[in-house]
Ligand binder design. Structure first.
Ligand code: ADQ
Length: 464
């Protein structure tokens, strides 16, 4: 079996004893443990001066973590700059928030070259290289320039926007050309895949046809590759049993006690403007205003740990949410009830699993989201006999697989309030049916399925 080499911007902390945090880390670790291999990426350390460290290697069984540091300027231009102030807002359709500069673009390319310089010497001819996310789109092309002919795949964890939005990027052609240096390009949904093939048809001389084993065969920029949707998922069975035991944990008990019989709506997100948090708070406000019977009977717990705190837009959204929650609480609170419990901190997977289990409604309303794993995690953590209801944005990739959720348009905050009302009053039979149907999907398409289908498709490269 070929060795797998995973490349991602951040490498999950090396801590065998602890559960890896996010969905990506769990999936990558499981894949690497199976085949053995390398996980290469940024260490998370920023050093003064230039990026020039040699990879720091740590072996854990058959798995090698290889990490490099970033210099301050590269961190600013590549990570805070081009990745998070240009590509992230662009890919989430937030044109008003993007900044474009040659300086940050050069930083983005420079760091991709630096990473390629450091990884290329570690590769063996039969390796399979699997690159993750928008930070590293040009990485494969950089490896090819260094003579690497290995099978190489890429997976985009964000949405890909329509060509009309993508062309706002001055270097859109270079970016898509570099995507074509991979043998396999994976997206979350058919919608993202179509955006890619539309771009190939409309903005290049390339051709697109059906691939025999699934996805689309793309011939462009002198290369042949397969582009295909691989919806990411969660470790369903593991979460189910985690939630079952967590339902009796101390944290869960404390949460239940604090509710004194009230119902609970829960939201869990990184603090990011793509997650639609201001609109979500307003939707809850509409619920209390339009359906006053819920006043003092429902609490909304929003967990939102800050992320990307050096980027001005993230400072702004944090301030906006503090003001909004303060205003709404000031308007509706009673001496013994605070409507919104808004927490800027994160919790471990086990604690969150218990919180999901207690909640009557999971409110997941991003304005755009590649997939959204929280939606899937919420469903997997429910008690099947008395499950909570998922209210889910139509703009999350997860909505494509979880049609039994109450699907909402997060911009239409009064309709979201109506959906909350429906969720809070839904009969138990209907809740069970919807939950059972979503669980079927999540059991069939769990994180193992995602990893295996992707690696299997990559094994079949190169495509002709
Ligand atoms: P994210 O934008 O980070 O991921 P999401 O998929 O919801 O969004 O969450 C990632 C993970 O972080 C989940 O496993 C979740 O439990 C965890 N998490 C979120 N908030 C947390 C909190 N407050 N405390 C502890 N853990 C928390 C990106 C894309 C998504 C895509 C994923 C995976 O933006 O669209 O689904 O990658 O591809």
């Amino acid at each position: 079996m070929s060795r797998l080499v995973v490349v991602s911007n951040r490498v999950a902390p090396i801590d065998e004893g602890k559960q890896a945090a996010g969905g990506l880390a769990v999936a990558v670790l499981a894949a690497l443990k199976k085949t053995g291999g390398i996980w290469f990426g940024w260490s998370g350390t920023v050093v003064e001066g230039e990026s020039q460290s040699e990879p720091k290697r740590t072996d854990v069984g058959r798995l090698t973590y290889a990490t490099v540091d970033l210099g301050r300027r590269d961190f600013e231009e590549y990570y805070n700059g081009f990745a998070n102030q240009t590509l992230w807002p662009l890919f989430h359709y937030r044109l008003g928030l993007i900044s474009v500069s040659r300086r940050t673009l050069e930083g983005y390319q420079r760091v991709n070259r630096y990473f390629a310089d450091r990884l290329a010497p570690l590769l063996k001819p039969d390796d399979m290289v699997w690159v993750h996310d928008y930070h590293l789109i040009p990485f494969g092309a950089q490896l090819r320039e260094r003579g690497c002919e290995q099978r190489m795949g890429f997976f985009l964890h964000t949405p890909l926007p329509t060509p009309e939005v993508l062309i706002v990027l001055p270097n859109h052609q270079d970016l898509i050309r570099s995507l074509c240096a991979y043998d396999l390009v994976g997206f979350h949904t058919e919608v993202d895949l179509r955006c890619f093939t539309d771009y190939i048809r409309d903005y290049t001389d390339g051709e697109v046809s059906e691939a025999p084993d699934g996805g689309m065969l793309v011939r462009a920029f002198g290369r042949t590759l397969v582009a295909r949707a691989f919806p990411i998922s969660i470790d369903t069975a593991n979460l189910e049993s985690l939630a079952e035991t967590a339902s009796r944990s101390r944290h869960t008990e404390r949460l239940k006690e604090s509710l004194v019989g009230r119902r609970l709506i829960i939201g869990v997100d990184r603090l990011d403007y793509s997650k639609g948090l201001p609109q979500r708070f307003e939707s809850f406000e509409h619920l209390l205003a339009n359906y006053p019977e819920h006043c003092n009977r429902v609490s909304f717990l929003q967990v939102a740990p800050p992320s990307r705190e050096d980027v001005p837009e993230y400072i702004a959204i944090r301030r906006e949410l503090s003001e909004l929650s303060g205003r709404i609480n000031g308007r509706f609170a009673e001496f013994d009830w605070v409507p919104i419990r808004y927490l800027n901190k994160s919790f471990g997977r086990r604690v969150l699993a218990g919180f999901y289990r207690v909640a009557n409604v999971g409110l997941v309303t991003p304005l755009r989201d590649g997939m959204n794993l929280v939606a899937k995690e919420f469903v997997a953590c429910q008690n099947p006999d008395d499950p909570g209801v998922l209210v889910l944005s139509c703009f999350a990739g997860a909505a494509r697989e979880m049609g039994e959720a109450l699907i909402v348009n997060p911009f239409d905050t009064e309709s979201v309030a109506d959906a909350l009302q429906r969720a809070l009053t839904m009969p138990v039979e209907e809740r069970r049916e919807r939950h059972a149907s979503m669980m079927q999907t999540l059991r069939r398409h769990d994180i193992g399925w995602w990893r295996e289908t992707y690696v299997d498709a990559l094994t079949r490269a190169p495509y002709r």
